[in-house]
Write a protein that binds this ligand. Structure first.
Ligand code: CDP
Length: 346
């Protein structure tokens, strides 16, 4: 049975042993896993599980821009739609996109744009749809990670993969990858998106209070966490191409085997095959077909039975005529005898 957990107000984020409430160290990211090619109809797609976050991203394009007036003649446009499912948070989230959804869509778009070659797609658009199925703090960061995977899965050229992860501060300690409670009751939240090729930052937001030293430590943690996630991203992409490679190898082996088998049979020239085909056709036309044979034999049988009945009719006619003749004769003879008799009596 689902349990509705009340909003956390208790500011405690650490256990007595110094670890965080979920047992993590301060610089330890949450468990992360991802997969690509999960949505059949999308050009590219990904699913990301980051802590308690469950996020799907789907990419469509480059394709025609609707409405047309939004199209740019010198470059493509990127459109990002971040949406939370109504069941993704404790309170029911309205299905209509709100101000937060629009703001997060915008920051994710701005984090992705620098790594795309949008100048290569004039008059076109690339659309990224992000659906939050379960939210657990840091959804904008995990969404960026998912979007990057889906874009790579769609085969859209990118300068680099990007990874989103946040650092922050709770109970005066700098921490990496805030969970939902740490996000809500913590003293600071620094969501960032790292361009993995050159470790530059394409999104940086800041909420709360931090010293410069704490800020530096936050960036150190962010880069460390991003490396962990980046490895998983590459594994997911390589995994997909590994299965494609294995399947392609299997198919080519089967094809080569079939080619070998056919080549081992006696080679037949084109002329030979035509001649053999023609002779078979001629044989077929000479041979009465099975159906025709059956029909013929049936007709013959009918004819024979008709003949038989005609013959038997003729025989019976003859017999009856003979009988009639005999009886006539007997009738004709009978009065003569009577008259003879009568004559005698007279
Ligand atoms: O998710 P992210 O940290 O990028 O954005 P946020 O606005 O700081 O939200 C922090 C967390 O609050 C989300 O990850 C959700 O777990 C939760 N939240 C919620 O419970 N209800 C909402 N309507 C929005 C967010």
């Amino acid at each position: 049975m689902p349990v509705l957990v009340p909003e956390p107000h208790d500011p405690v984020c650490f256990r007595k042993d110094g670890k965080r409430l979920d047992g993590r160290d301060v610089d330890e990211p949450r468990p992360f896993s991802c997969e690509v090619g999960v949505i059949k109809n999308a050009q590219g797609s990904a699913v990301v599980r980051h802590g308690g976050n469950l996020i799907y991203a789907a990419v469509y394009g480059p394709r025609e821009v609707h409405p047309r007036h939004l199209a740019k003649p010198d470059r493509g446009i990127l459109r990002v739609y971040y949406r939370m499912a109504t069941f993704s948070v404790h309170d029911r989230k309205s299905p209509a996109p709100n101000r937060r959804d629009n703001e997060i869509s915008k920051v994710i778009r701005e984090a992705i744009e620098p790594v795309l070659f949008l100048e290569a797609y004039p008059d076109s658009q690339i659309e990224v749809f992000i659906q939050i199925m379960a939210a657990d703090g840091g959804t904008r960061c995990a969404s960026t990670t998912a979007a990057s995977l889906a874009l790579a899965d769609a085969g859209i050229p990118m300068r680099s993969m990007i990874v989103g992860i946040a650092a922050g501060k709770a109970q005066d300690k700098v921490i990496l990858d805030l969970g939902d409670k740490e996000d809500k009751v913590g003293q600071a939240d620094v969501p960032a998106v790292v361009v993995m090729k050159d470790k530059s930052i394409s999104l940086l937001q800041f909420d709360g209070e931090m010293s410069l030293e704490e800020m530096k430590l936050s960036f150190k943690y962010i880069l460390k966490g991003a490396e962990v996630i980046y490895k998983k991203q590459l594994e997911a992409l390589k995994g997909k191409y590994e299965t494609i490679r294995v399947n392609a190898k299997k198919e080519s082996e089967e094809y080569q085997k079939s080619v070998k088998e056919t080549s081992q049979k006696k080679p037949q020239s084109l002329l030979d095959t035509i001649v053999s085909k023609k002779t078979e056709e001629i044989k077929d036309t000479k041979k009465p077909k099975e159906d025709e044979k059956v029909q013929k034999s049936k007709k013959e049988q009918k004819k024979e039975t008709k003949k038989g009945t005609k013959k038997s009719k003729k025989v019976t006619k003859k017999k009856t005529e003979e009988k009639a003749q005999k009886t006539n004769e007997t009738i004709e003879n009978a009065p003569q005898k009577d008259s003879e008799k009568g004559g005698k009596t007279k």
